[in-house]
Design a protein around this ligand. Structure first.
Ligand code: ADE
Length: 233
């Protein structure tokens, strides 16, 4: 069966968005993965299908109701019984290549994309939601974050990347930032391709690339050179 992404959202029209084109779109057309959305408002209350309400204790914004999200997540679990339930939130554990790899190895993901100030906290424990953040900034909602998580997983699925797009040399697989790439023309606006790359000496080229990767990483991401001990998720 395909790897299955199921997204609970108030904005299903945002999907597939960029997941419908290029690598992800072709893999979906090939049946390697599937994408479905569940409209949270279909579980809304009353004539107006209300999904949110004011925060208990006061304060700005609106909070998605537990008695709406509960049934929506229960329905999602009947559609995708074995997929982990993930709530996209800036409070979550960071999305890493390692987390993407372990999610890609499973049956798929069920993602809750929030809007407003958040969701009723009781839903998180009651439904066993895992909170995941795509980075230390705040988006208007979880839809784009859900797409980021899905895309990171999809390109790791068997058969998605061709031999020409191998994973092995890229950032976060080697643990270093990627070395610089060049292509024709050999000279462009007074800037030449480094001679060593045109030398045909593959040992020297490999050593040069390694050195470039190490320099870039030390400059821009010294944290990657001294990784904290981390459990594989
Ligand atoms: N929703 C809003 N901001 C987010 C973030 N940084 N990561 C995941 N979901 C979010």
């Amino acid at each position: 069966p395909p790897w299955r992404a199921l997204v609970l959202t108030l904005f299903p029209d945002a999907f597939p968005g960029p997941l419908g084109v290029s690598l992800a779109g072709q893999a979906r057309d090939a049946g390697i993965w599937s994408l479905d959305t569940l409209q949270i408002r279909d579980f809304g209350l009353g004539k107006h299908r209300q999904v949110d309400d004011t925060p208990a204790g006061g304060g700005a914004g609106m909070v998605l109701r537990a008695d709406v999200l509960g049934p929506a997540l229960d329905h999602a679990s009947t559609l995708s019984p074995d997929a982990p339930l993930i709530y996209l939130s800036p409070r979550g554990t960071p999305l890493t290549q390692s987390l993407a790899r372990s999610l890609a190895e499973g049956p798929g993901v069920t993602l809750l994309a929030g809007r407003f100030e958040g969701i009723d906290e009781r839903v998180i424990a009651a439904k066993g939601l895992k909170e995941v953040s795509i980075g230390d900034y705040v988006l208007a909602g979880g839809e784009v974050a859900a797409m980021v998580l899905i895309e990171a997983c999809i390109r790791l699925l068997p058969g998605v990347l061709g031999a020409s797009e191998s994973l092995t040399s890229e950032s976060f697989e080697t643990g270093l930032l990627e070395y610089p790439q060049f292509t024709k023309p050999r000279d462009w606006q007074g800037r030449a391709i480094p001679d060593i790359l045109l030398s045909g000496d593959h040992k020297k080229i490999e050593a040069w690339r390694r050195e470039q990767s190490e320099k870039l990483t030390a400059d821009r991401r010294p944290d990657l050179l001294h990784p904290p001990h981390q459990k594989r998720s």
